[in-house]
Ligand binder design. Structure first.
Ligand code: MLT
Length: 411
């Protein structure tokens, strides 16, 4: 007899963004004339920049010649890309890493989901709340979340750290000690950021409590303020307690191309049940070499080109394009009296729903009355109730049109 992983049966029927897509498609089917603007899922709209396209063309041509053809590459990524990553993303910020601490993959989402393979099912997980749903859902799949509580919102083995306007979206250290802590900064979904001092507190806490931090830095390219860390390794002692996840999706428009990387420092160790210390770097390497055949050569050449002087300049322009949307959304919606958070160092705007409307009610009304799709805050966790996320990744013209619809909306 074959048995199912029953943890999957505990999950909500569909992933948040699949659920939203279904609702939007149902509405479209009934209202085919509606000109719907999507500011929902954080998917980019700017095309891949010319410097990267050129690098890919070159790589494609190389694949067609016997002398330059590539078969399986190193599962950890090509050295040419690892070296660029170290130089541009870390050394430039005073962080030294070795190439074998960088694992190139097909995006942060996969690695964030897969990292659970090398962590015990017994770990107590903590998440900031609201949170990118992948962290919670993959821990449900892995059997670490326990059971869904009676409120239908909280998993009873997960520690939730609320981040709301009451604490200015700065997570407080948890009262109950977790083993593994997910942090995403700049934050998805609230669009807020942590200062160096605030992040250092978490590193100190992890060191003092033998906890592991899984740090998702997918949005670091959107940071504008100097006192916001781009990498957790800018914090003292972080290499001993943190794994960092990076993505080219938002930074260089790779949501369709797929490339990211994970940093597992060699000094980072966790415990066996008998109290021995074990390094995670070789275990992640073992996991990747067994289950993953590497990111495509063409895509890694594309990622490499994002670091060239021209690639950097061109991708920077795309980032500034999105941040102009973010500023515009923030200022215009504030001007009509909505309470808005985030959007300064991240491409997300976190809106307090007016008149105590629930997140889903606001979603429905915005879709039905303005033909705009956003993401209900509660979809990211219980503390997201009463909030709503808008992305700055839309086209500029669509963002302007969406703002004008909201300004003329009789809420
Ligand atoms: C989001 O909308 O939260 C992101 O697109 C999710 C992701 O990057 O997978």
């Amino acid at each position: 007899m074959a048995f199912v992983n029953e943890n999957y049966l505990k999950l909500r029927e569909s992933y948040l963004f699949s659920d939203i897509k279904k609702k939007v498609n149902a509405y479209k089917a009934q209202h085919p004339e509606a000109n719907i603007i999507s500011l929902g899922i954080g998917d980019v709209t700017r095309p891949i920049v010319p410097a990267i396209i050129e690098a890919m063309h070159k790589a494609v041509d190389e694949m067609g010649h016997a002398e330059t053809f590539r078969g399986y590459g190193p599962e950890q990524g090509y050295r040419f890309l690892q070296d660029r990553i170290i130089e541009h993303d870390f050394r430039s910020r005073g962080v030294e890493l070795d190439a074998d601490e960088i694992f190139v993959g097909d995006g942060a989402k996969s690695d964030l989901g897969n990292i659970g393979d090398i962590l015990s099912v017994k770990n107590k997980i903590a998440v900031t709340d609201p949170v990118y749903p992948v962290y919670v859902d993959t821990n449900v799949m892995g059997g670490r979340a326990g059971e869904l509580a009676g409120d239908g919102e909280h998993w009873n083995r997960i520690v939730y750290i609320p981040c709301t306007s009451e604490n200015n979206f700065v997570p407080e250290l948890p009262a109950e000690r977790p083993d593994v802590i997910y942090l995403c900064y700049p934050n998805n979904p609230t669009g807020t950021a942590l200062t160096k001092e605030e992040l250092q507190k978490w590193v100190d806490y992890a060191r003092a409590n033998d906890a592991l931090i899984l740090f998702d830095a997918a949005y670091e390219a959107f940071i504008h303020d100097d006192n916001i860390p781009h990498s957790i390794y800018e914090m003292e002692g972080a290499k001993e307690v943190a794994i960092e996840f990076r993505s080219f999706s938002k930074t260089a428009g790779f949501t369709g191309l797929r490339c990211g990387y994970t940093v597992v420092p060699k000094v980072l160790k966790v415990h066996t049940e008998t109290g021995e210390k074990v390094a995670l770097n070789p275990l992640w390497n073992r996991r990747q070499t067994t289950k993953f055949n590497g990111t495509s050569y063409i895509v890694q050449r594309a990622a490499e080109a994002a670091y060239s002087p021209l690639g950097t300049q061109q991708t920077r322009e795309s980032i500034e394009y999105y941040m102009r949307n973010a500023r515009l959304l923030k200022e215009s919606l504030q001007n009509i009296g909505l309470k808005i958070f985030g959007g300064d160092n991240a491409p997300y705007i976190w809106v307090k729903t007016p008149d105590g409307l629930s997140s889903w009610k606001f979603f429905e009304r915005l879709l039905h009355e303005c033909h705009i799709v956003g993401t209900p805050g509660v979809g990211f966790g219980p503390s997201g109730e009463g909030y709503f996320r808008l992305t700055a990744f839309g086209r500029y013209e669509d963002t302007v049109e969406a703002i004008s619809r909201i300004q003329n909306w009789k809420l």
